[in-house]
Design a binder for this molecule. Structure first.
Ligand SMILES: NC(=O)c1ccc[n+]([C@@H]2O[C@H](COP(=O)([O-])OP(=O)(O)OC[C@H]3O[C@@H](n4cnc5c(N)ncnc54)[C@H](O)[C@@H]3O)[C@@H](O)[C@H]2O)c1
Length: 358
């Protein structure tokens, strides 16, 4: 049995707390853990926007969600004490780079202050035995080294979002080393993944939601930077790593404490145009227009993650290539648009992904 399937079995009946369960990644993770038979407790701000995966899944009916702010330390501690989780996943964050320029203070307060409050809450809750703390590939100092970043590389960040994630890493390791390393039967790790795509993301300024908004309104997809290349990864890929890691931390903390990269294969770097083109194909109709008025900018060398540590120590590898990633993503939106029940869509994609992991 693969380690993901094993983790799925091991998590049955476990109490799990997730901050950020109303967000894109958090809602997929909550559903997945619910399917594994875990008792899920969520803590986050209410879901944003009319369309969001949390509400589409009707997650509030199957998990115990509490509206709460990670900047409110006593509320977060209280939530954790009430839930008494064995496993904690910390995802709550101001997660958009563009928004971090518009509102750096909220970004720092949420991502750094929230990290402090989360570590305080874990420290105050003796039931917690496994902590998976989500940061980002953007926590690395981007020095355009031309190779994948390793977990031991220097941290840094130019924009407020990246800086807040690098700072959250320091908060995590300082709390761990100073207070939590001594706790018996306790393991904790930070996880660093890049941009992910998948059904149910409705965020502003992201290529897939932008494509879907255009396609479903029968409008052309307008691309400003068609030639920009990015690594494309399905949301289930890093989440599968987080779930396995949470399970490994329960059983062999010493071996799995620390930082972990979960990135896509280098071969899955495609242009924004390739993505829009594939989206049109899977959707079944649509048109792409390139906005010629936007000056084409020089792009900083993209961060790429070296995932050898997760490959060798966790036997974690991405399961879906570019084609499968895009097909699963866009067909989710197409079927939802055509009236399919979103809970069933998401559950069936998780089941397909799990099949691949056996
Ligand atoms: N989506 C990506 O491509 C990506 C890439 C790398 C890292 N990440 C990280 O993964 C995590 C989840 O990202 P996402 O894409 O699901 O983001 P998202 O914006 O969809 O969700 C963010 C979640 O955090 C919650 N939140 C925000 N501010 C809060 C506050 N003050 N108090 C409590 N909850 C708060 C929101 O309510 C929501 O549940 C974040 O930590 C993000 O930085 C995401």
């Amino acid at each position: 049995m693969g380690s993901l399937s094993q983790a799925f079995v091991n998590l049955k009946g476990k109490k799990v707390a997730i901050t950020g369960d109303t967000g894109f990644k958090g809602s997929w993770l909550s559903l997945w853990l619910h399917l594994a038979g875990a008792e899920v407790f969520g803590y986050a701000l209410p879901p944003e926007g009319k369309q969001n995966h949390f509400s589409q899944l009707q997650l509030e009916k199957i998990i115990k969600h509490e509206d709460g702010d990670v900047r409110d330390s006593s509320h977060l501690i209280n939530f954790m004490r009430q839930a008494q989780p064995e496993i904690v996943f910390h995802l709550a964050a101001q997660a958009l780079v563009r928004r971090s320029y518009d509102d750096p203070k909220t970004t720092y307060d949420t991502n750094i202050g929230g990290a402090v409050n989360l570590m305080e809450a874990v420290n105050a809750t003796a039931s917690v035995r496994s902590l998976v703390f989500v940061t980002s590939d953007k926590c690395y100092k981007n020095i355009e080294v031309g190779r994948g970043y390793r977990e031991t590389d220097e941290l840094g960040g130019h924009d407020p979002y990246s800086a807040s994630k690098a700072a959250a890493e320091l908060v995590f390791s300082s709390y761990f080393d100073s207070f939590l390393a001594k706790r018996k039967n306790f393991g904790a790790a930070t996880v660093r993944a890049g941009n992910v795509i998948g059904g149910g993301d409705w965020a502003e300024d992201r290529i897939i939601p932008d494509c879907i908004r255009a396609l479903s309104a029968n409008k052309p997809i307008i691309l400003r930077f068609p030639n920009a290349t990015r690594p494309w990864q399905h949301v289930l890929e890093p989440l599968s790593g987080y779930i396995q890691l949470a399970d490994f931390l329960l059983h062999s903390a010493q071996e799995f404490n620390g930082a972990w990269n979960f990135g896509p294969a280098e071969s899955d770097k495609f242009s924004v145009f390739d993505v829009a083109n594939k989206a049109v194909k899977v959707w079944g109709s649509g048109e792409i227009q390139v906005d010629q008025t936007t000056p084409q900018m020089h792009e900083a060398g993209l961060l790429h993650l070296n995932c050898e540590k997760a490959n060798s120590k966790m036997n974690w590898f991405p399961k879906w290539n570019f084609d499968q990633t895009l097909t699963n993503t866009v067909s989710w939106y197409r079927q939802a648009h055509d009236g399919s029940r979103t809970r069933e869509l998401s559950e069936s994609q998780i089941a397909t992904y799990m099949e691949k992991s056996r």
